[in-house]
Ligand binder design. Structure first.
Ligand SMILES: NC(=O)c1ccc[n+]([C@@H]2O[C@H](COP(=O)([O-])OP(=O)(O)OC[C@H]3O[C@@H](n4cnc5c(N)ncnc54)[C@H](OP(=O)(O)O)[C@@H]3O)[C@@H](O)[C@H]2O)c1
Length: 280
């Protein structure tokens, strides 16, 4: 279990990834710079963006400012981006990565993900990711929103294994089977929408536990992830929440509380179902 914001875990290819990070989905390009800078100066060491978020320029600006303000170097930060669904041909994926690097002002990404599997377009895109990895432009290859059957298909042809699957995961969608499948194959799970985009924050069970610990409901949910060794990216564009959501390392949930939270599962999604999603 990670013990601080700077703590990392080792992925299957030896790359180290911080256990907790800031996601910038639905952060406007002009607001991304401040949010990212705030996160880095607060102590976050992982920033998660994507081609489709339209904020890679602002994110890159925030990275530059944040590293400077915190007296850090590029190597101290872990940056993830993702290739969108209409760029899954080999050539488009290479181009998408190059454009993301340019917008972010970086010469490599720590992790590059195929954002959604698509019907079967991920095959060509994954080949491009393998080549980008061999060239050193990405330090680790991963996927996102891959179900068990997508991973089975991928593992049949991949010459470089994906090290991570970023999926929707929160107390209403605990993803028990997919987590077990990935664990057996050394593919780390990273949770997206851990707060269910805010929709889980008024749950009475969580409110009760939050009251016991004198913590926010967001902190309780994020701590539930950390105590289960689930990597997590959480979003806020508000400085005070960026700070408070990261205060997760000075309290502990009991086994009973962890079980109560896990029992909230309803297999309920806030985002699209990867098998139903209209892909472009
Ligand atoms: N791979 C994928 O397909 C995929 C899909 C979705 C998301 N993601 C990644 O996962 C990250 C996190 O997911 P998410 O952005 O969907 O949702 P989330 O982190 O579950 O929730 C974010 C929402 O909760 C609010 N919030 C945050 N902290 C709060 C607090 N302490 N109290 C009250 N409200 C709070 C935020 O509002 P404010 O900003 O106003 O604070 C925002 O509306 C994304 O940013 C993105 O990087 C990936």
């Amino acid at each position: 279990m990670i013990q601080s914001l700077q703590d990392s875990v080792e992925l299957a290819n030896g790359t180290k990834i911080p256990g907790f990070g800031l996601g910038v989905f639905q952060v406007a390009n002009q607001d991304a710079s401040e949010a990212v800078k705030e996160a880095i100066t607060t102590g976050y060491r992982l920033i998660d963006t994507a081609q489709i978020y339209g904020n890679e320029e602002g994110t890159g600006e925030g990275i530059k400012k944040g590293l400077k303000a915190a007296s850090l170097e590029r190597k101290d930060l872990f940056v993830t981006s993702k290739v969108w669904n209409n760029h899954l041909s080999y050539e488009d994926t290479i181009q998408a990565l190059n454009e993301s690097l340019e917008k972010l002002g970086l010469d490599y990404l720590d992790l590059y993900l195929i954002h959604w599997p698509g019907k079967d377009a991920f095959r060509t895109s994954y080949k491009a990711l393998e080549d980008l990895y061999r060239q050193g432009k990405i330090k680790a290859i991963g996927v996102s929103n891959f179900q068990k059957h997508h991973l089975e298909e991928l593992l049949n042809f991949a010459t470089i294994k994906p090290v991570l699957n970023q999926i929707e995961l929160h107390p209403k969608l605990i993803q028990k089977e997919l987590r077990a499948f990935c664990k057996e194959r050394d593919i780390r799970i990273q949770a997206w929408s851990p707060l269910m985009q805010g929709q889980i924050l008024s749950d009475p069970v969580l409110e009760n536990i939050a009251q016991t610990h004198q913590r926010s409901v967001a902190q309780i949910v994020l701590r539930w992830d950390i105590q289960q060794d689930i990597l997590v990216v959480s979003k806020s564009a508000k400085p005070e929440r960026i700070k408070s959501n990261a205060q997760l390392f000075d309290f502990e949930l009991t086994q009973e509380e962890l079980s109560q939270i896990t029992a909230l599962n309803e297999n309920l999604r806030v985002g699209p179902d990867p098998d139903q999603f209209d892909f472009v």
